[in-house]
Design a protein around this ligand. Structure first.
Ligand code: SF4
Length: 274
């Protein structure tokens, strides 16, 4: 059962420490998609909740309007530690409230989501000056998707939403993330989406903190063929798998003249544009 609350905050917009962004907006604390690889899980410590990450959601209510002068010209990412279109957005409309306030802002806004609920705000999105919808996709395989993102929309729902947004003139991006060694078929994701997105973002699976044993146990149980490889990459750190995979994927995209942004080895803040 999910514990839901509202919580007062001073501002929806916060300065970002992420390399490509000036500001970050997280309309919620918590995320009920419960992805097994969620690197936002550490946020549980900063909440007042006893519940596990994924079992609570706080809808934010800002006590003041967004200062559009302060963020003028800024690059904003929404979101970094929640999904702005998690199912509770249907009830609380926090993301919608924020978009209403950003209608006349001179900003570049990237909305990262897994949800076709974004289509609810299509008309509003059309009124924003520079907005992109970034769909994160780790797999096209529904069985695997249900294992790693048990409460998130299906790949097909995401693909349908991408197509609709694209047809309506909204910029769309596919964020191939996280790339699971040998389990994420990046070529298939690209083949199925390439006619509907303007670029790709790429990020490999990072295993830090409490979710590392969880993912390794899952691989051991459900994909034992790859367990030794995962052990070499994440436990023994003896594999150069990621260096080779990064090169392979980037070459694949370059050969096809497809634009991408590289977030491999995210913690080192390495990035590049084609
Ligand atoms: S959608 Fe993002 S924030 Fe939500 S659980 Fe999944 S990885 Fe975490």
């Amino acid at each position: 059962m999910v514990v839901e609350n509202t919580k007062l905050v001073r501002d929806y917009v916060n300065p970002s420490r992420l390399p490509d962004w000036d500001y970050v907006i997280n309309p919620y604390t918590g995320c009920t998609y419960k992805c097994t690889y969620c690197c936002a899980e550490f946020m549980q410590r900063f909440s007042k909740h006893q519940e596990d990450w994924g079992d609570f959601i706080d809808a934010k209510i800002a006590t003041r309007d967004i200062n559009l002068i302060k963020i003028d010209g800024g690059r904003i990412i929404m979101s970094s530690v929640t999904d702005p279109y998690n199912p509770y957005e249907e009830r609380y409309n926090v993301t919608r409230t924020i978009l209403e306030q950003l209608k006349n802002a001179n900003i570049s806004l990237h909305i990262v989501t897994k949800s076709n609920l974004v289509l609810r705000d299509l008309e509003l999105l059309k009124q924003l000056k520079n907005v992109s919808i970034v769909f994160s996709i780790a797999t096209t395989d529904e069985n695997f998707r249900k294992d790693i993102e048990p409460f998130a929309p299906s790949f097909q729902d995401r693909l349908n939403a991408i197509k609709i947004l694209r047809n309506e003139g909204i910029n769309t991006i596919a964020y191939i993330s996280p790339i699971f060694p040998e389990l994420t078929n990046y070529k298939e994701i690209i083949e199925l989406t390439k006619d509907y997105v303007s670029e790709y973002w790429l990020e490999n699976l990072n295993l830090r903190g409490s979710y590392r044993p969880r993912i390794l146990a899952y691989i051991n149980e459900q994909h034992p063929l790859y367990f030794n490889l995962y052990k070499e990459i994440y436990r023994l750190k003896t594999s150069n798998y990621w260096a080779e995979k990064e090169k392979e994927i980037c070459e694949y995209l370059k050969e096809r003249n497809i634009k991408y942004r590289n977030y491999f080895y995210h913690e080192k803040n390495r990035k590049s544009y084609k």
